[in-house]
Ligand binder design. Structure first.
Ligand SMILES: [Zn+2]
Length: 414
């Protein structure tokens, strides 16, 4: 079995690798890297029999339609992921055209991709050419999957994976099949997360502290926004909450796929309580009267948060609560370090309290190591991280299992 890495190896973003066995060739993920600059995976050298997408986030799905310009591999993913990735891909085209005047693919390519899709349920085996496949719940966001492929060797690709339940998605221990190779994400290969309950307490305390003013909560639209809504709901905070940007549509899709979430009733409950924001005059009203605003984008790369922040940068009783991973070089990472918001279009000092919380949907270091011990692979391939080489070294030294961290364009034989 041959693995060929086309992107997302020693970096977070543009995830893509080829698996070839028994004359069957499949692409696993075809993502895009958006930060600090746009980068896409290498193009596949040969015809594909299939494409697997583990979950909707653009670093895993963002360039999938590009493949359909020249061929029509069957797309294997879960029903929730297919709907969520459609939302994000359409938005990608819109933003790309608006900011660069050009998108790598168009709506017709997305249509072709959808026509070739074959949605799959968790834990149900299916065939693709001469390989067998199965998806397992990865508990990262609704619809997210780990991918098991069996040809002349057996591999498990974690995708983005979480081993803890959140308010949004449930985690249940999974009995994985015997494997030869584990391809693991490495986002948090260097540290464990702080205690989530403690982090939640601190977040809720801050929200309450500013409840008479304005609380700005930039967040990722798919997964995190709904998790935060549920967190507020479970802490009995249901008044004066506003949802702005793409998270509105994402919430509707997630609610439609009830089976992919833990407590659909609760999500329905909070969505009924909050107010949806669509216009500038609505935003101006909130800026004047205050409230809790949950909005895109999570790393302040654009979206309504930039407007709110530019208007409220000196406002009394206002805070900015970051709730996700901030990639180096993004406005979110800069404002956190320097207190200055800086994008291509704008630069201004932010004179309000800024705090960051860790509500990650990724496994921490110890959990990743636990998974390796549990699945007992002969080889581990570390991808999707800023320090994959270091992680591979640690696995080799501490667990005595062969481990590699391929670079883009490299092959791994198993
Ligand atoms: Zn993800």
């Amino acid at each position: 079995m041959k693995l060929e890495f086309l992107g997302g190896c020693t970096e977070i973003g543009r995830e893509a690798f080829l698996v070839e066995s028994r004359d069957t060739r499949v692409m696993v993920e075809y993502g895009v890297k958006l930060h600090p600059k746009l980068e896409i995976p290498l193009l596949p050298p040969k015809k594909l029999h299939g494409l697997f997408v583990s979950h909707a986030h653009l670093d895993h799905s963002g360039m999938a339609p590009l493949l359909y310009k020249t061929q029509t591999p069957k797309l294997y993913t879960t029903p929730a992921t297919l709907d969520l990735m459609n939302l994000l891909l359409e938005d990608y085209i819109k933003v790309a055209r608006l900011t660069r005047g050009f998108s790598e693919y168009n709506m017709y390519d997305i249509k072709k991709m959808n026509k070739s899709s074959s949605t799959q349920e968790y834990n149900k085996p299916f065939k693709i050419g001469n390989m067998d496949a199965k998806l397992f719940n990865a508990s990262h966001i609704p619809g997210s999957a780990s991918i098991f492929l069996s040809g002349d060797k057996k591999i498990l690709y974690t995708g983005d994976i979480n081993m803890n339940s959140s308010y949004l998605v449930d985690y249940k221990r999974i009995k994985y099949p015997k494997i030869d190779c584990l391809i693991t994400e490495s986002t948090y290969s260097e540290k464990d997360h702080p205690d989530r309950k403690e982090e939640e307490k601190k977040f809720i305390k801050k929200v309450k502290e500013y409840s008479h003013g304005l609380v700005l909560v930039p967040t990722f639209a798919v997964g995190r926004a709904q998790e935060l809504l549920l967190m507020l709901y479970k802490n009995n905070i249901t008044e004066n909450i506003y949802l702005d940007g793409m998270a509105q549509k994402a919430s509707d899709i997630i609610l439609y796929h009830k089976n992919s979430i833990k407590d659909a009733k609760a999500l329905e409950g909070i969505l009924k309580k909050i107010k949806f924001v669509r216009t500038r005059s609505q935003r101006d009203k909130i800026l004047k009267n205050g409230g809790i605003v949950i909005t895109t984008s999570g790393m302040l790369n654009g979206g309504p948060i930039v407007y709110y922040l530019s208007k409220a940068r000196d406002k009394k009783d206002t805070c900015l609560l970051l709730t996700g991973f901030q990639v180096d070089g993004t406005p979110g990472s800069k404002v956190l370090k320097t207190g200055v918001f800086e994008s291509d279009e704008d630069k201004f000092k932010v004179n309000i309290e800024i705090k960051k919380f860790d509500f990650s949907g990724h496994a921490g270091k110890s959990e990743l190591l636990e998974l390796i011990k549990k699945t007992k692979p002969k080889k581990v391939v570390c991808v999707h991280g800023d320090n994959t080489r270091k992680f591979a070294r640690e696995i080799k030294e501490n667990l005595k299992i062969d481990a590699v961290a391929p670079k883009i364009g490299e092959n791994v034989e198993i």
